[in-house]
Design a protein around this ligand. Structure first.
Ligand SMILES: Cc1cc2nc3c(=O)[nH]c(=O)nc-3n(C[C@H](O)[C@H](O)[C@H](O)COP(=O)(O)OP(=O)(O)OC[C@H]3O[C@@H](n4cnc5c(N)ncnc54)[C@H](O)[C@@H]3O)c2cc1C
Length: 471
């Protein structure tokens, strides 16, 4: 029986897509690469995922897990004709108010969970700017962050357990409700594994109480360096705000055209800071942030007057990438991290690279944790532009790594940065990671050719490797 026929027998015609017109969109995520899809399946339960994995393994077809496809590193882009398993039909969740946690199926949208939990005074703390579209499965797989992860930490800090379907078709639950479980933290290994170790079907996530008070400040600066210095100054001053985001003029201009959030477009950069907690504490912290900003040359410092103004400022921040579409038809967004204390010098190099390659470089980023997102807006139909974009992107990564940074703050390595991994990991580090991946998935069934550089894993060698052999 053909692969597609077997899949149809299991799921019916509606939940198996094989017509290229319908599968085309699954060959891409929100990044710039495209791959080849053999078929797309839309399981509705863990049992169906188990059966699908069995069919794919029997046919020797790679399996690419997929959430909403908002990833920016090519993580869900197939590198060879593959079975794409889209989890978007698995949307059930149960909130346990007493334990402040929820068992959530992989296809639940991040914002749906927080909006539902709001009725109980709770929310899911990781809040990627894509939260209206991205799935909890994708958040877990990418260990996603968001503006409010500065004080609360990224997804890994909010996942107690994961249910995973392995390459052998077993269903395992890693982690659990109990704090500080003994043994190796396999839950922590699966979070951030980008679909290479198994398919996450459900997660037990922590829910965080909504803060009793919040103050949101917008400070503008005539020099980007002064905004960057304010970021270091705030943290050095002893405050870790709930969020501390920076946008430069090209970006605020695009956002204002798109949303009209009230960002000044005459400033070189703005900082959007938020402090949350007890009302008295937030007033004191907001005053301190204002003082640090002013001592670093801030022009205006405005505190959102009410919830409506606060929501509008965040709407503007979270719409930033969407706003770029009005500037140019294509964009390439980088995600790297530098130590906060090196922000000033690294930002200067980012703009120098933009000038040298004649690219519109727009910046919007989680400045508080040093997570840069230089975004190059361009028109891919122009001759030679892709070469300039790629070379500039590689230089950006090198600059960040040379400043003591990391390859990715939150978007993952995926396809896009796998060959840059040797910049930060030795061969011994990479071998250890390959062995770990092989322990979960010896035949490279799940999301092959992602994260680790070409040639890292046994199946990359293009020949069968006897069981138990390490490379
Ligand atoms: C406008 C915009 C704003 C963004 N803002 C942020 C931000 O602030 N912070 C941030 O961290 N990211 C951000 N992102 C990136 C992206 O939204 C996140 O990485 C998100 O978590 C991806 O979720 P997804 O459901 O779209 O996953 P996909 O893109 O479908 O997949 C991402 C990766 O996860 C794997 N995967 C997906 N589901 C599963 C599963 N159930 N089991 C195993 N593996 C799985 C895939 O194979 C792939 O490797 C943004 C993206 C866009 C387009």
């Amino acid at each position: 029986m053909t692969l597609v026929q077997e899949l149809r027998d299991l799921l019916g015609d509606e939940r198996v897509l094989s017509d290229p017109l319908r599968t085309h969109v699954y060959g891409k995520d929100a990044g710039i690469r495209r791959g080849e899809v053999l078929a797309v399946v839309l399981p509705a339960s863990t049992a169906e995922v188990v059966a699908l994995v069995g069919i794919a393994a029997r046919h020797g077809i790679p399996v690419v897990p997929r959430g909403a496809g908002t990833g920016l590193a090519g993580g869900t882009v197939p590198t060879s004709p593959s079975l794409v398993v889209s989890l978007t039909k698995m949307t059930h969740f149960d909130v346990d108010v007493e334990s402040r946690s929820a068992w959530v199926e992989a296809g639940v949208l991040n914002l749906d969970l927080s909006e539902h939990a709001a009725g109980h005074g709770l929310h899911f703390a990781p809040d990627p700017s894509s939260q209206a579209a991205c799935t909890i499965g994708g958040n877990v797989a990418n260990n996603s962050g968001g503006p409010h992860c500065l004080a609360e930490g990224t997804t890994v800090n909010h996942v107690l357990a994961v249910e995973v379907v392995t390459a052998r078709g077993e269903v395992v639950v890693l982690g659990g409700e109990a704090p500080d479980p003994i043994g190796l933290d396999l839950r922590g290994i699966v979070v951030g594994s980008e679909g290479t170790l198994g398919i996450v079907t459900r997660a037990l996530v922590k829910l965080t109480p909504n803060p009793p008070a919040a103050r949101t400040l917008l400070a503008d600066f005539a020099r980007v360096e002064d905004a960057a210095a304010t970021v270091s100054g705030v943290i050095a001053g002893g405050i870790v705000p709930a969020a501390l985001e920076m946008m430069d003029r090209l970006m605020t201009t695009a956002v204002e055209r798109f949303v009209g959030a009230g960002f000044p477009t005459d400033a070189a950069a703005v900082l959007l800071a938020e402090v949350t907690g007890h009302p008295a504490a937030v007033e004191a912290e907001a005053d301190l942030i204002r003082a640090v900003a002013e001592s670093n040359g801030a022009g205006r410092v405005r505190v959102a007057a009410d919830e409506g103004e606060r929501a509008l400022l965040w709407k503007g921040r979270k719409a930033a990438f969407g706003a770029v579409a009005q500037t140019a038809p294509d964009y390439y967004l980088h995600d790297a991290v530098v130590p906060r204390t090196r922000l000033v010098e690294v930002m200067a190099k980012v703009y120098e690279i933009a000038d040298r390659f004649d690219l519109a470089m727009m910046n919007v980023f989680h400045a508080g944790d040093g997570n840069l997102h230089p975004l190059m807006a361009f028109d891919a139909s122009q001759d030679g532009v892709m070469d300039r974009v790629q070379t500039a992107a590689d230089e950006l990564v090198e600059v960040c790594v040379a400043a003591g940074g990391a390859l990715s703050g939150e978007h993952g390595i995926g396809l896009e940065k796998r060959d840059l991994m040797p910049l930060v990991f030795s061969q011994a580090d990479l071998d250890a990671q390959a062995r770990l991946a092989e322990a979960f998935d010896p035949d490279g069934l799940f999301n092959p050719e992602k994260v680790l550089p070409a040639g890292s894993r046994c199946f990359d060698l293009g020949r069968p490797v006897p069981a138990g052999t390490w490379i």
